[in-house]
Design a protein around this ligand. Structure first.
Ligand code: PLP
Length: 406
């Protein structure tokens, strides 16, 4: 299964305008027509291969979309100016005023805020629930429900969604299953497990260089075209368009995604295993102690590992802040939000990327304020990184030498 995913990507081959090994970048916001009739037909969506205006589509964005559709095994993909640009367009395309959404309660804080605070303006209500409780998901469906939403591996708790089981529920009820796969590109292929629409923040692993913000919606050609419809497509009308120059640079960075994912996963596994042995409260889908470990094993493409994200609960916000500051001082990474960079990035989600979630709800879902989310980097010598991180933990007395398990 995974073999095919990487082969589809590998087989994509483009020739630039002058035979270049990279496709030429479309440096135009608008396109000419020889005949006025063709322009009219293009507006009506009847002309294949004609470009009209770059908010609608551009050659560079289509090339990147093609690569992402190959990555996710979907018919088509539309790139957007951010991950949130993809999420908001999908939701507003699927839901009308007064509709209902079922969503995992552990999702990116921005998505949570959009569903909870913004959609309410249109009377669209969201039931947030424990997505691993399949009975609760089935019971929450009402005649007004228009979608089931989750993240394959959730931000920030790294909860693993059982995509095949959720897809059986969604198909039985004729609802689309929308999966944000930002944390696990290549590792998980949600479409092959039955998901209908797959979203990424390209800002993270897929681009991998923390130099831009972008997103994508992968799905059927019919759905992707509906998003671009000039009369009622949420993608076209909300205007979250990716710039062609950025689309071209993300496509080039994507060429090394498979190598990077393997290294992120290898390093994350090494640190997770060792810090767990040291007696720290570590969460990583690759550890047998993770409640979703077996589901992950069942649905992952094993050669890419369990992903680059690890969380560690160091008890208090003071400990978390002191550790992150010291790690940055000792050049072990950056105290920064986001993920998928070559250096390790760390932040305390309770006071940053998940701060939109009220404190009582954070507590209920197990998001303590001593929790640190690490996006493990591509360090060549991870044994050295482990020793240096451990020294930080010992110096701050978060880890006590006498309590380290043998
Ligand atoms: N989805 C997930 C899982 C994220 O972590 C983020 C951002 O952190 C987003 C979506 C939003 O992406 P962007 O910042 O590119 O809009």
């Amino acid at each position: 299964m995974s073999q095919k995913t990487s082969n589809d990507l590998q087989d994509l081959q483009y020739f630039g305008e002058y035979g270049g090994v990279n496709p030429s970048i479309s440096d135009s916001s608008t396109y000419t027509f020889i005949s006025a009739k063709t322009m009219f037909d293009t507006f009506e969506g009847n002309t294949e291969g004609c470009y009209l205006y770059s908010r609608h589509s551009s050659p560079s964005n289509l090339y990147l979309g093609e690569a992402l559709a190959a990555l996710e095994g979907t018919e088509s993909a539309n790139v957007t100016a951010s991950g949130m640009g993809a999420i908001t367009a999908v939701i507003l395309q699927l839901c009308n005023a007064g509709d209902h959404i079922i969503s995992s309660r552990t999702i990116y804080g921005g998505t949570y805020a959009f569903m909870k605070n913004f959609l309410i303006k249109f009377g669209i209500k969201t039931t947030f629930l424990d997505i691993t409780d399949l009975d609760a998901v089935a019971k929450a469906i009402t005649p007004k429900t228009k979608m089931i939403y989750c993240e394959s591996v959730s931000n920030p708790l790294l909860e693993v969604a059982d995509i095949s089981a959720l897809s059986r529920i969604s198909k039985k009820n004729e609802l689309p299953l929308v999966v944000d796969n930002t944390f696990s590109p290549l590792t998980v292929t949600p479409a092959k497990l039955g998901a209908d629409i797959i979203i990424h923040s390209l800002t993270k692993f897929i681009n991998g260089t923390s130099d831009c913000v972008a997103g994508v919606v992968c799905g059927t050609t019919e759905f992707c075209l509906s998003l671009k419809d000039v009369n009622n497509g949420a993608g076209m009308l909300l205007g979250s368009t990716l710039d062609s120059l950025r689309a071209a640079s993300i496509l080039k960075n994507m060429r090394t995604l498979h190598i990077r994912m393997k290294k992120h996963s290898e390093n994350a596994m090494f640190l997770a295993q060792n810090f767990e042995k040291d007696g720290l409260r570590v969460v990583y889908p690759g550890l047998p102690s993770h409640p979703g470990h077996l589901i992950m094993e069942d649905q992952m493409n094993p050669e890419y590992g369990y992903g680059g994200l690890v969380t560690m609960d160091v008890g208090t916000l003071e400990n978390a802040n002191a550790l992150m500051e010291l790690m940055q001082e000792r050049k072990l990474g950056y105290l920064a939000v986001s993920l998928g960079f070559y250096k390790t990035l760390f932040s305390a989600p309770g006071t940053s990327t998940s701060s939109e979630i009220p404190l009582d709800e954070q507590e209920e879902m197990g998001l303590g304020n001593g929790l640190i989310r690490f996006s493990i980097g591509l360090d060549d010598d991870i044994q050295r990184t482990y020793s240096l991180m451990k020294k930080c933990l010992l110096d701050l007395k978060i880890l006590d030498i006498t309590s380290i398990k043998a």
